[in-house]
Structure formats: structure tokens, C-alpha cells
Design a protein around this ligand. Sequence first.
Ligand code: NAD
Ligand code: TDX
Length: 329
Amino acid sequence: MHVLVTGGAGFIGANFVHQTVAERPDARVTVLDKFTYAANRESLAGLDIEIVEGDVADRDVVDPLVEAADVVVHFAAESHNDNSLNDPWPFVQTNLIGTYTVLEAVRRHGTRLHHISTDEVYGDLELDDPAKFTASTPYNPSSPYSSTKAGSDMLVRAWVRSFGVEATLSNCSNNYGPYQHIEKFIPRQITNVLDGRRPKLYGAGLNVRDWIHVADHNSAVWRIIDAGQLGRTYLIGADGEMNNKAVVELILELLGRDPQDYDHVADRPGHDLRYAIDATPLREELGWEPRFRDFRAGLADTIEWYRANEAWWRPQKDAVEAKYAKTGQ
Ligand code: NAD
Ligand code: TDX
């Protein structure tokens, strides 16, 4: 099977490629990535795969790659909410025009597509609401990032219905694990502590995220590609709700520091309060189960990865923190 992975040099895509190479010896992998600031060539070093540098919104690049593939797994996106508040345009361009470009190519060539999306398309939940997101929760995105991801999902659904494109979709909760860019919450705080800086908590830190290890996200993606129903949306989550304050305190504790040794900084405008996923159809209909059920153990592994791979993140640390300093974060 020839798999085209868009955004394969980013966090989740690179983990997907590693997992695919390790677990599916029959698969041939091509990565299409624009190598934006979020990508890292080192994340794919030593793998026997084809890497194409190009824009997912460029039809001339995308078309022949899609024609040659059996399945396209579409991870490529601008992915960081804070960046989308400072400059929304790349989010509109890549997340909407990029997805449109992929859809037109799979329509022309009859290639199977799996579209990767986020739980943020559903907006947020109250802290005391027993409800979780399901595939029938109405879309209600808050940020430029989540609204462009919502739009990309709508495009995929319309291309399925109107043109018979063979696609599945998945909306996953917050991922953690190796190769995640240090602008994101967990690796930012880990590398802050490793670098002698104090972790930075937005606002009161009561916002809840539903954490899943990236390896579990990717095993679910393969399960959906192998056994999912065409046209369906599957929610991916592993019952990992925790508020940001508790996560920061756990990182400090695992690193042998005083759990209260962090700063409260400016809150994110429009900051979503809580995300929570009900993954029952994925578990019951497709038989998927997460392997990382213990967040503390998964976080400890992730901390060890950042400790052992300082060369991977060190070159970006000062620039990432300088950018945050401009917004008081
Ligand atoms: P990331 O920012 O780490 O990686 C994105 C990758 O896409 C980078 O390698 C980047 O170079 C590439 N890219 C960006 N614009 C491109 C373009 N125009 N053409 C080709 N490549 C381009 O993001 P991530 O966290 O790995 O997220 C991957 C996908 O998973 C995204 O679609 C995101 O919405 C979704 N998702 C992420 C999470 C999470 O917690 N990180 C959760 C649910 C869903
Ligand atoms: O320094 C920080 N301090 C802090 O308190 C940062 C960077 C974040 N936060 C908070 C904001 C969020 O409540 O931590 C939480 C997680 O923040 P992010 O890592 O920026 O993730 P989030 O905005 O929840 O979105 C992530 O999960 C869903 C990914 O970046 C998205 O791509 C994915 O769709």
C-alpha cells in the first residue's frame, strides 16, 4: 500500500510515519510537507521513505502525488491557536485551500482519503457539564484555527456527499508525546523547566484538555483507514481530562521541582474552557483501545524524550519564548 502523508514532518504526522514504517512493512510512505516553522527534518531522519517539499495548496505538486497513492492521510495544517490569533491568513490558506486542493485531487484520481481534524471544531463545554463531544455535537468553533479546521471538515463532507469521494474523518483531542513543537503547552513547560525557566500558565489554569498519547491517536487513524465506514466521522479520545494547572504541577513534580514553581501569565483571548471526547463508536464498532492509559507514565516518557533530545528543540527555544513575551505570555 502506498501512503501519502501530508504534514508528515510535523508532530503527529512524523509519529504516524514512524509507526507506519515500524508496524506495516508492506507500506510505502511518501511525505508531502511545506517545511514551515513547525516541521523538523530530524523528526524523519533515518527512515526509508520519500520526502517531497511542497505546499498542499499547490495543485501541480499535489496532483501527481495523489495519483500515485492508494491512500492519503491529510495531517498538513497550521495548528497553533495562539499563532492564529496573531495572523489568521496562513490558517485560511493551508487549512481551507489546502484541504480543497487535496479533495479535488482525490476526486480526480479516486484515491482514498483520511482527513485529520480536531475536537476544537465543537467549541467548548462548561467545566461542570457531564456531556462530552460526539459526532452529532453541532459545530461551534471559537478561534481562527478551529474555524478553519471546521471549514475543512465541511469541505470533506460535501465532497463525499456531492462527488462520492471515498473519505473518512477523525476529530481527536489534545495530543502529547515526542516530536511536538515547543510552542505547544506540554513541551513548552517541559523545556522551560529543563532550560531553567518557569512554566507559564494562561489565566487561572482551570481550562480542561482531554489528553491522548500521539501513538494512540495514530493507532486509531490506522483502525479507521482499515475498517472505518466511508463518509463517517470518528471522534478519537482516551478519557484523559485534566486541567492545565494540574498538568503543570505534574510536570514540575516529575522533574523533581516544587509543583508551585510556575507563573500565571496573560490568558488566551477567547480561550476554550473544556474539551471532552466520547469515543464509544471507535471503541465499540471498530474495537480500538488506547495503549497509554496512565497519563503520569506517558508524561514521564515524554519528559525523558525531551531530556534526551535537546538537540532537536534547543535551536528554537529562545525564538519561541521571545515571541510569547510579545503577548505577555
Ligand atoms: P504541526 O504544526 O506539528 O505539524 C503540521 C505540519 O504540516 C508541519 O510539518 C508543517 O510544515 C506542515 N504544513 C503546514 N502547512 C503546510 C502546507 N501548506 N503544505 C504542506 N505542509 C504544510 O501539527 P500537529 O500537531 O502535528 O497536527 C497535525 C494535524 O492534526 C493537524 O491537522 C491538526 O489540526 C490535527 N490535530 C492536532 C492535535 C494536537 O493536539 N496537536 C489534535 C487534534 C488534531
Ligand atoms: O504556555 C502555555 N500555557 C498554557 O496555559 C500554552 C502554550 C498553552 N496553555 C494552555 C492553553 C490551552 O488551554 O494550555 C492548553 C493547551 O494549549 P495548546 O498546547 O496551545 O493546545 P490547544 O489550544 O488546546 O490546541 C491543541 O489541541 C487541539 C493543538 O494545538 C491543536 O492543533 C489541536 O487541534
